[in-house]
Design a protein around this ligand. Structure first.
Ligand SMILES: [Zn+2]
Length: 425
């Protein structure tokens, strides 16, 4: 059996005196969560669990009650010694003599107990026993139970000594496109600790999306951004997610007013027009844009970083420069998307390949923000990244990646004279 002790319950037990009662809620998987704690004078403390934190706390249908006691540290050393040895127990007399006060004699059915040993690390610095442990107390002795105490800190701040958490918590990224690449990109951005994420996509989740999307089946029919926002909030509560059911082309005026609040826009939407509009609006707003897509029927992943710098051309300028040098112009093919699995539009890319590109896109976005915030160790090798998902030896340079998994980074190209995006109006 496992007993979960929410942080709030542990804090009460650590402060509330020598002993008290507790109520638990459990399920039939031998799992119980502390839902209430009381003290010996009868004061009760309902245990708050953060929203969505534990399903069992809200839905468990097995109710139980028990006691908690303040104990001498050596009892937890005994707990450690008998734990993991099946059927071993601490004699009831030994359990009782280490309690400060309040001992309850077990009846015919055993009861659950938590014990709290203050000053444990001072008394036994090398023993590494937890300060709160669980027991099943019966007439034949006290059996150790597994128990998990929620730490005071969880989430992205756990890694703040090794990752610029504070810098990224104040950053804001707009993500245009919440499809197969977009959904995985959103998860990756939240995993990096982006503080604010705005999701833009007009589409609803359909059954044919499930094979490549990160969102679960129970959201079919809902708008992709709303479902994705809900799942992200559950999984990565440190990221504030704003879902917008908008189309970057039809609602370009709305997007234009929102972009200045973002530090970067990332576009994973299908189609030439959506990519061009996003690139154009970002350039006008003076913020960097990152475009991610898959080319050549799923053989090649591509990341384009478009920074609003005078020497860096836009998406169209980049494509034209490559075409002039004999490269392909893959933009028109992007209008077909990655297929729906119907006879007319076969599926051309497998989910995890798209997610690999998504993660590289998120990495590019994060590296761009961090480089600007003074983290030169995040500098990327170029502005145009290619990753081979399937070898493509006959493709024209620079798309001629010949080994699966190979990546290539290329520099930006300068703006063409007269370009309506690159030239200041
Ligand atoms: Zn241009």
């Amino acid at each position: 059996m496992l007993i979960l002790v929410p942080h709030h319950a542990a804090a009460t037990i650590r402060q509330a005196g020598p002993w008290g009662g507790m109520t638990l809620r459990g399920n039939h998987e031998d799992l119980a969560v502390i839902r209430g704690v009381s003290t010996r004078d009868g004061a009760t403390f309902p245990v708050n669990t953060s929203p969505g934190q534990n399903l069992i706390a809200a839905t468990g249908d097995v109710r139980a009650s028990g006691y908690w006691y303040r104990v001498a540290p050596v009892l937890h050393v005994y707990w450690r010694q008998v734990s993991g040895r099946l059927g071993t127990r601490v004699p009831l007399s030994v359990f009782q003599e280490h309690l400060t006060s309040g001992y309850k004699k077990p009846g015919t059915t055993p009861y659950l107990a938590l014990t709290y040993a203050p000053n444990l690390t001072d008394a036994f610095p090398d023993h590494n026993a937890p300060d709160i442990v669980a027991w099943r107390v019966g007439r034949d002795g006290a059996y150790p139970l597994n128990c998990l105490v929620e730490p005071s800190t969880t989430g992205i701040s756990q890694i703040q000594d090794h990752w610029p958490v504070r810098d990224l918590q104040t950053a804001h990224v707009m993500l245009v496109g919440a499809g197969s690449i977009g959904s995985a990109t959103a998860h990756a951005l939240a995993g990096y600790g982006i503080g604010h994420l705005t999701l833009v996509d007009p589409d609803r989740l359909s059954w044919h999306n499930l094979v490549r999307h990160t969102t679960s089946r129970r959201h079919v029919g809902r708008s992709k951004v709303t479902a994705l926002a809900e799942e992200l909030t559950d999984l990565r509560p440190d990221t504030t997610v704003t879902p917008l059911v908008l189309d970057v082309i039809d609602d370009a005026d709305r997007i234009r007013t929102l972009l200045p609040q973002s530090d970067l826009v990332l576009c994973t939407a299908d189609g030439v027009a959506a990519r061009r509009v996003t690139g154009h609006l970002a350039r006008r707003a003076g913020i960097p844009a990152v475009m991610a897509c898959v080319l050549q029927d799923g053989a090649l992943g591509e990341i384009l970083r478009l920074r609003p710098w005078p020497q860096h051309g836009c998406l169209t300028c980049r494509r034209q420069a490559l075409a002039e040098h004999g490269g392909i112009d893959p933009e028109p093919a992007l209008d077909a998307g990655y297929g729906t699995g119907t006879r007319h539009r076969p599926m051309t890319a497998v989910g995890p390949d798209l997610h690999l590109v998504a993660h590289l896109a998120a990495k590019t976005a994060i590296a761009t923000l961090l480089e600007r915030l003074g983290h030169p160790d995040q500098r990327l090798p170029g502005e145009h990244g290619l990753i081979s998902l399937r070898r493509q030896p006959d493709c024209a340079p620079p798309f001629d990646l010949n080994r699966t998994g190979e990546t290539r980074w290329l520099p930006a190209t300068p703006p063409r004279p007269g370009c309506p995006t690159c030239e200041t109006p």
